[in-house]
Design a protein around this ligand. Structure first.
Ligand code: ASP
Length: 357
């Protein structure tokens, strides 16, 4: 026990030293911002500046920082390479590593804000996950780009500049995790990717923008919706993985046996990306009711890009044992349900979480 405490203490001391050494020699008047790089198109490269094909996650964080003129005038910037993947390969294992590192860094007085560089494909999921498990009100900002670093008019450097400017600003405290792309500030709760290739891809259709940013100068319009970070009831203490939750997509005559197949493969929760207001065909609803009766949590979300999924609208949730996703799209519903399933919870309790986060 004693040896264990000693080794924990020495690890903590080494880490504190590592952080302070990294920041040594930097400007004491500037805030300290750490950039945690995970990959994505912002770190992508192609053979020519005008081709559509490229490979994500090729460029290291130091090169990315060097590509941003003036970034070091905003903050003392230190980069750490956490992973280097296209965000289609983002994983629960990287999420947990990322969240633990953020919590560790923000717990020290040496770090004022965090920027995470990330692919755009799953950025909204990572931002929402972090929004629920980061235990600090200091700024945490995710960013990325749609064009690889080698493209003509690559927008990654300006996105990174803007993200650092916001992470360095104490006014960004208490807003939860923010997504900064293309001169816009979005909340993790509200943001979604809406276009496969356009630079203007992220939107917040339900609540609107959280703010705007222009060459680092920024303004916040309103507080993000939903409980987050320091007020969130979720914690990753002792957590090494998350329960499996599958998304089943609704369409005309879609097969109901996908639900059973998911459960057989180990899913403890199912999210329906339903048609319209979280609707599904009769066979799928019957399969959901059967699954819910055995304790599987079934959340009705929607494949429609905007709008609420209302409890007991066309589907009687009380009768079927299902949960309405309220404002969350299918991919964010999955994140919330994975965290909800870390603990034994009743269906009513999980419904409360969907109204709250
Ligand atoms: N597939 C890339 C990714 O998500 C797309 C991007 O970053 O824009 O990593």
């Amino acid at each position: 026990m004693k040896n264990h405490s000693l080794s924990v203490l020495s690890i903590i001391t080494t880490m504190c030293l590592f952080v302070s050494l990294n920041l040594m020699g930097q400007n004491k008047d500037l805030p300290n911002v750490i950039i945690l790089a995970t990959g994505g198109t912002i770190a992508g490269s192609a053979e020519s500046g005008t081709q559509a094909g490229y490979t994500s996650g090729q460029v290291g964080i130091e090169t990315m920082i060097e590509a941003v003129p003036g970034i070091k005038e905003l903050a003392n910037v230190t980069g750490e390479q956490l992973s280097n993947v296209g965000s289609q390969d983002m994983s629960v294992a990287i999420w947990i590593k990322l969240a633990n590192r953020i919590n560790e860094l923000l717990a020290t007085d040496d770090v004022d804000g965090i920027v995470i560089t990330h692919g755009t494909d799953t950025q909204e999921e990572t931002a929402f996950f972090l929004n629920l498990v980061v235990k600090s009100d200091k700024p945490v900002v995710t960013t990325g780009s749609m064009r690889p670093s080698t493209a003509v008019s690559a927008e990654g450097p300006l996105n990174l500049y803007n993200a650092v400017a916001i992470a360095a600003d104490t006014k960004a405290k208490g807003h939860g995790v923010l997504v900064v792309m293309n001169d816009q500030i979005h909340s993790a709760h509200g943001v979604t990717k809406t276009n496969t290739t356009s630079v203007q891809t992220f939107m917040s259709p339900m609540h609107g923008l959280t703010g705007a940013v222009l060459y680092g100068k920024h303004e916040f319009y309103h507080e993000p919706h939903g409980i987050h970070t320091t007020n969130s009831e979720f914690s990753l203490d002792g957590v090494t993985t998350l329960p499996r939750v599958d998304i089943v997509y609704g369409a005309v005559d879609s097969p109901a046996d996908l639900i059973e197949a998911s459960i057989k493969s180990g899913a403890r929760g199912i999210v329906i990306a339903g048609v319209g207001n979280g609707n599904m065909n009769a066979a799928t609803l019957a399969a959901c009711k059967k699954a819910a009766a055995t304790g599987i949590k079934v959340v009705r979300s929607t494949r429609v890009p905007t709008g609420y999924v209302l409890r007991n609208a066309e589907v009687n949730d009380d009768e079927n044992g299902t949960i309405a996703s309220d404002e969350l799209n299918a991919q964010k519903s999955r994140v919330l349900l994975m965290l909800a399933l870390l603990k034994e919870r009743s269906t009513e309790e999980v419904q409360r979480l969907f109204y709250t986060y």
